[in-house]
Design a protein around this ligand. Structure first.
Ligand code: BG6
Ligand code: MG
Length: 217
């Protein structure tokens, strides 16, 4: 059997931080005078911090100069970090720890492939960082998802070909990135939103050891 490897997104796959990103952006939108819905938030999932702000400002039809944008990006991140500071292992999504330990004990390599510049901080806080064979985050890439760069670097670091990788993602942009990288994409979330995925599960509790084993067959 061909040697398989996994690449996990962080926010919304390993840990329930997607809701904190949403809350921090929503607070910013309200300060700028417009509403920001859960549905609109789907467009921000998986994309970089700067691109998220641009999408948000487009939604609110707000035009700002570069200095103000930089200030708002810092504000949003500070607000987000306040939420993160209160986070503990309880917020690791259902089934994830099991799966990571299963892969580890079966010597199946796995990496993190995240757009977040806070990824290492979060993995450390959750005491998961040492499990990963490679970490690629928002500090390591030059082009954000849906570009495949983040996943291609992860595959390279794991020493496997892209076709051997299974990417677990909750964002449209992430699924597109995985598909463009020539990898197998497994979406976690709403199948109408993640319709481009090769496979979709409603949430991580469905990501069982049995399911993982079947995916590798
Ligand atoms: C992704 C999230 O994982 O990271 C996005 O899905 C977020 O919502 C992006 O914008 C960047 O995260 P950070 O932590 O660098 O602001
Ligand atoms: Mg995500």
């Amino acid at each position: 059997m061909e040697r398989k490897a996994f690449i996990f997104d962080l926010d919304g796959v390993i840990v329930d931080t997607a809701k904190y990103h949403y809350l921090a952006w929503k607070e910013l939108a309200e300060k700028l005078g417009f509403d920001f819905t859960v549905e609109q938030n789907e467009l921000l999932k998986g994309v970089s911090r700067i691109r998220s702000l641009e999408i948000l400002l487009d939604i609110g039809k707000v035009h700002l100069d570069e200095d103000t944008k930089t200030k708002l990006l810092t504000e949003k991140n500070e607000q987000y970090l306040k939420y993160i500071a209160k986070m503990d292992q309880e917020e690791i999504l259902p089934g994830i720890k099991n799966v990571l330990h299963y892969l580890k004990s079966n010597q199946i390599p796995f990496a993190l492939g995240s757009a977040s510049k806070n990824a290492r901080l979060i993995l450390e806080r959750l005491d998961l960082i040492n499990l990963f064979d490679a970490i690629v985050d928002g500090n390591d890439v030059s082009i954000a998802k849906p570009d495949p760069e983040v996943f291609l670097i992860a595959a390279q670091k794991l020493g496997v070909i892209p076709e051997a990788c299974i990417v677990v993602e909750d964002a449209q942009a992430g699924i597109q990135a995985a598909n463009r990288a020539g990898m197998t994409s497994l979406g976690i979330g709403d199948k109408t939103v993640l319709k481009e995925s090769n496979f979709v599960l409603h949430d991580t509790s469905e990501l069982t050891i049995d399911y993982i084993s079947q995916l590798m067959d």
